[in-house]
Ligand binder design. Structure first.
Ligand code: NDP
Ligand code: OXD
Length: 309
């Protein structure tokens, strides 16, 4: 049997450790860093590849994305009939649950205010808030959204979830489809975005939608920057309809130094780190799936090119 050929390319992820890692996980294969003109491979493992890679590699049996979101690939001309397989959790859902619970609890329990008070030598209490006044709405109940919804429900917050299809998740009120988005927003005060970026979800969080959230709303965006209309978010914060936002993702990354988010007093920022791609978990998942495909078995995480996620 000819040696299986695997190529790896990443616009910003460490090839020096991924290539040997993939090679160790696929001992019978030949794993190479992709370069223009590289010989044809059977499988490509990529993050934000150039169009040239896809155009040149005409014999691929599958394309693996080393992230959960495939929006960057969806902007390219993809090889027809070649399965596109994304990361399916691979250690990201627990990180996402930590990040979102932390952001919610930090705001709900007013820990930032306490830190300021204590920094001024002030021993003072704030009135306890009721969780019932802070229902959490999660946009997207997929691999990450479901784990986050369950984690938030563990803290006894009322939890609403919005997805394309209806869901049945203990402790989560399910809303689905465009027709139920308004009722979902009106029932939520925290709003967590965990949607894939597609033509249907781009700019979803605009002035109209943000205005439908309960007054004193709080937005947590951990999906993609283009889900949010930046100027509309700032306007909703400035007029007081929203109380704050925690943002991990941005239209342009790194966030340009002149962007108003940097200095907005109601916005907390992190540098696209809410759920990192974990190298060893991801390599193990991809190697397992390559083995399954070679045997002719089905694998999870195949992207539907029509839905775009
Ligand atoms: P999934 O594909 O598993 O889940 C997507 C969810 O969104 C599904 O519940 C789906 O509904 C729902 N959805 C999609 N389109 C619509 C729509 N038009 N209307 C309503 N619901 C919709 O993705 P993951 O949970 O694995 O990842 C979600 C996103 O998180 C990724 O696409 C990526 O952009 C982002 N991400 C961010 C990271 C970070 O570090 N900030 C790290 C990893 C991912 P249904 O279930 O009915 O199909
Ligand atoms: C992902 C990401 O989509 O890192 O996995 O954002």
């Amino acid at each position: 049997m000819p040696t299986l050929r695997v190529i790896y390319y990443s616009a910003d992820r460490d090839a020096a450790s991924w290539v040997p890692g993939l090679q160790a996980a696929l001992p019978g294969a030949s794993v190479q860093l992709w370069e223009p003109g590289a010989p044809p491979a059977d499988y490509a493992v990529v993050w934000k590849p150039p169009q040239q890679l896809l155009d040149e590699q005409t014999q691929l049996k599958a394309l693996f994305n080393t992230g959960a979101g495939v929006d960057a690939l969806m902007n390219l001309r993809l090889p027809v009939g070649v399965p596109l397989i994304r990361l399916d959790d691979a250690g990201m859902s627990v990180q996402m649950a930590e990040y979102v619970c932390h952001a919610i609890i930090r705001y709900f329990r007013e820990f930032e205010g306490y830190a300021v008070d204590m920094g001024h030598g002030q021993w003072s209490f704030r009135k306890p808030r009721s969780r019932l006044d802070f229902p959490v709405g999660i946009l997207g109940l997929g691999v990450l959204g479901e784990r986050v919804a369950k984690a938030v429900a563990q803290f006894d917050f009322p939890v609403n979830g919005w997805s394309q299809s209806p869901k049945s998740i203990a402790g989560v009120q399910s809303f689905h489809g465009a027709a139920q988005l308004g009722s979902f927003l009106a029932a939520s005060r925290f709003l967590v975005c965990l949607l894939p970026l597609t033509p249907d979800t781009e700019n979803l969080l605009n002035a109209d939608r943000l205005a439908q959230l309960r007054p004193g709303g709080y937005v947590i965006n951990v999906a993609r920057g283009a889900h949010v209309v930046d100027a509309d978010l700032i306007a909703a914060l400035d007029r007081g309809h929203l109380a704050g936002a925690t943002l991990d993702v941005f239209r342009v990354e790194p966030l340009p130094s002149e962007h108003p988010f940097w200095v907005h007093p109601k916005i907390t920022l992190t540098p696209h780190t809410s759920a990192r791609t974990l190298r060893s978990e991801s390599i193990a998942q991809i190697a397992f799936k390559i083995g399954a495909l070679v045997r002719g078995d089905a694998v999870a995480g195949c992207v539907d090119p029509v839905r775009g996620y």
